[in-house]
Design a protein around this ligand. Sequence first.
Ligand code: ASP
Length: 318
Amino acid sequence: MAFRARHLLGIEHLGPDEIITLLDLAETYVTLNRQPQKHGRALEGLTQINMFFEASTRTQASFELAGKRLGADVMNMAMAASSLKKGETLIDTAMTLNAMHPDLLVVRHPHSGAVDLLAQKVNCAVLNAGDGRHEHPTQALLDALTIRRAKGRLHRLNIAICGDIAHSRVARSNILLLGKMENRVRLVGPATLMPSQVDQLGVEVYDDMRKGLDGCDVVMMLRLQKERMDGGFIPSEREYYHRYGLDAEKLSHAKPDAIVMHPGPMNRGVEIDGLLADDINRSVIQDQVEMGVAVRMAAMDLLARNLTAATTTGGVLV
Ligand code: ASP
């Protein structure tokens, strides 16, 4: 089996073979999830703890459902009400939970790198559910599965990632994954929302949306991450929508069969036209949500297999 990782901290650490292994397994879970009886046994007897230090709707629900469908005991920590409020550090909280012998720890945190740090302190498998503007690996994997199903392949595609790239962990994980699978990635947005050292990412950069979308197979829109902005990155939301909001006219510059994606939550009328987001002939946004559950089932299944391997071989996995 081509999946060596002990934790899922970022796309950065995965090889193309591991990505394909995970997506292929996720396909079997897409099928399972469409049955009336959705129970698998891959995580039976295991304990999964979800620690979300930042708001989440889709990701948290999806990880919870994924664990339950595979038979894990799933606990959601209410982090707002936890001892962190009383001054306990992230690491102390993690060590306390670690002493309860969880097998899978799913963590979202506002600081880039916090999840990696935590993974060094605990014995279980850690899954990064989004850390600051660093990585959101399961989002990129579910996007990859959605693209592969819609386009029939995951290589040699023209993919435009548009909007607030600078603050987006979704963009970062997608750039890494799509690059590893040999696609042509374009970043489209104003210079103020481009990451520093964008020239080192192996992508093309456009500040003109129509030129950036020209001939694209996939148009991936991003939310303006206002919570991570500390100043005036855009003149106004109205002006931003005019230049970078995806509507039918701008989409007409992409290929006629180009798909529209968005990780959610969406700001309708800011980065995307509401009608276009709901157009089932172009938008795969609901498919992304469906693929999210299957991908998280596959990720936890594979990590659980490696946990067993680590126990039986004296913990040699890294
Ligand atoms: N839900 C995604 C994330 O957690 C995207 C977003 O919030 O805009 O990064």
